[in-house]
Design a protein around this ligand. Structure first.
Ligand code: CMC
Length: 430
């Protein structure tokens, strides 16, 4: 039986609004006809209470710490799956069978090279350019090379364009790193797995081949899986908003990369390690930083803590904490920053400020320590997040275009500026 919510407005109007129920019994009030019927709009800064779409990709219960991709718990995917399998699942809705998996893997390998002309684009960036800028510019430049990427064709050829994106993003990321350290680019190799190929492009040099450690390869696979999607976050919403104007999938994903870069979103992983390093170098102890984070007059925030949706624990953080322990033990690395991170976590989790506000460590709190152990430099951390998130962005973009209710994203505003006034000549102005 359909349910309705009743809305009474100050001007005497009253309205019945349909209540929709998701498959997990989540409730939403459908206000899509509100303005048409009443002239009113809703106001919700940061979209804290606003569902922007119906989605069947990722389920996230922040109170219970549940994350599922297409119904599969993240814990099972993390333990049993490969990144490309998860990418296929997110985009197509089902786990691939053997044949589908093999053809997807082959397709991704096939498309890993970038157009040779694009190599020269890297020359135009300064050596200090942040790799997120390079990544976003290069991904958006891909639109210039593929006619199948323009307008409606971008939707019709999504199979091809998504394989290209998932493949080329690793090559571009590794080339951006090579540029920053002044080393020659290492081309992709078809015989290597997705993660092994990326590690090889990052760390091999002409004088010396890269010796792949299977533990590092598996940990990278895990990291990418954990980052693969996270429903309607800032970058996924950006990809949908940009895509809703019929911008092509490369342009939309390039915008998502830039949204991800911000320190309150994907950029937090770089900030966490910078914060841990600062605490380490300062020697004043962690309590100084806990107090700064609690002080309303200070801008300082405990990076890697707090999430708009997770208000209990981030299941990805629990998986990563174990992976971090395993990898550091295997590599025999004794990272003083891990010790600081563990102390910080313990102190914050027993402090009323953090308990009352339900601020828990997110996956960003541990990723940096793992990346350091693998040898990935700090300015590449957010790029690593982006590599993992590409399939999620593609899945969100695809779902948006397949939704018959889809419209160009165009929010309203409550205007609070000057009402009409007459133009003042320059000489009359103070
Ligand atoms: N350290 C100290 N206080 C915090 C923190 C923090 N990391 N996060 C939130 N608070 C406080 C905040 O000051 C506010 O206190 P009060 O109610 O007294 O004003 C309260 O907690 C609620 O914070 P909010 O900013 O209103 O919450 P939000 O949902 O808008 O923000 C957040 C979520 C992730 C932006 C925020 O928790 C934050 O800035 N965290 C640090 C940055 C970070 O680690 N971001 C990565 C998020 S996970 C990766 C991703 O999905 O992008």
């Amino acid at each position: 039986m359909s349910e309705n919510a009743k809305l009474s407005l100050p001007d005497g109007q009253s309205l019945e609004l349909p209540v929709l129920t998701g498959t997990k019994n989540e409730k939403a009030i459908d206000i899509s006809n509100l303005r048409k019927q009443t002239g009113y709009i809703t106001l919700d800064p940061g979209f804290v209470n606003t569902g922007s779409c119906e989605s069947a990709i990722t389920f996230l219960d922040g109170e219970q710490g549940i994350l599922q991709f297409r119904g599969y718990p993240i814990e099972q995917l993390a333990a049993k799956s490969t990144f490309l399998e998860v990418a296929y699942l997110l985009i197509h809705g089902e786990l691939p069978n053997k044949l589908q998996q093999q053809s997807f893997v082959d397709r991704v390998s096939w498309h890993a090279m970038i157009h040779e002309d694009m190599r020269h684009f890297f020359d135009g960036f300064s050596q200090n350019a942040h790799p997120m800028v390079i990544l976003s510019s290069m991904i958006s430049s891909l639109s210039a090379y593929y006619v199948e990427a323009s307008g409606k064709a971008s939707i019709e050829n999504l199979e091809l364009n998504s394989a290209r994106l998932i493949a080329k993003v690793t090559t571009i990321a590794a080339f951006a790193y090579k540029k920053s350290v002044g080393q020659p680019f290492v081309y992709p190799r078809d015989e290597l797995s997705y993660c092994a190929n990326f590690l090889n492009m990052m760390f091999a040099v002409p004088a010396e081949s890269y010796e792949l450690d299977p533990e590092i390869e598996r940990t990278l696979e895990l990291l990418l899986i954990l980052h693969a999607d996270h429903e309607q976050n800032c970058s996924a919403s950006t990809v949908r908003v940009v895509g809703s104007s019929m911008a092509n999938v490369y342009a939309s994903v390039a915008s998502g990369i830039l949204a991800l870069w911000g320190p309150l979103h994907g950029g937090a992983n770089q900030q966490v390690v910078q914060m841990l390093q600062q605490i380490h170098d300062d020697k004043a102890g962690i309590s100084k930083y806990i107090e700064m984070a609690k002080n309303p007059k200070s801008d300082f925030r405990l990076m890697g803590f707090g999430h708009r949706v997770y208000k209990n624990f981030d299941p990805r953080a629990s998986i990563l904490k174990d992976a971090c322990d395993r990898l550091l033990n295997k590599l025999g690395t004794n990272d003083p920053l891990l010790e600081i991170a563990l102390k910080l976590e313990e102190t914050a989790l027993s402090d009323d400020y953090f308990i009352e506000r339900k601020l828990y460590p997110t996956l960003d709190f541990y990723t940096g320590i793992i990346y350091r152990a693998i040898g990935i430099p700090i300015n590449m951390f957010t790029v690593m997040f982006a590599l993992g998130r590409v399939p999620g962005w593609i899945a969100q973009w695809k779902e948006m275009h397949e939704d018959p209710k889809q419209k160009i994203a165009r929010p309203r505003q409550l205007f609070t500026g000057q009402t009409e006034r007459s133009y003042k000549p320059m000489d009359d102005r103070l």
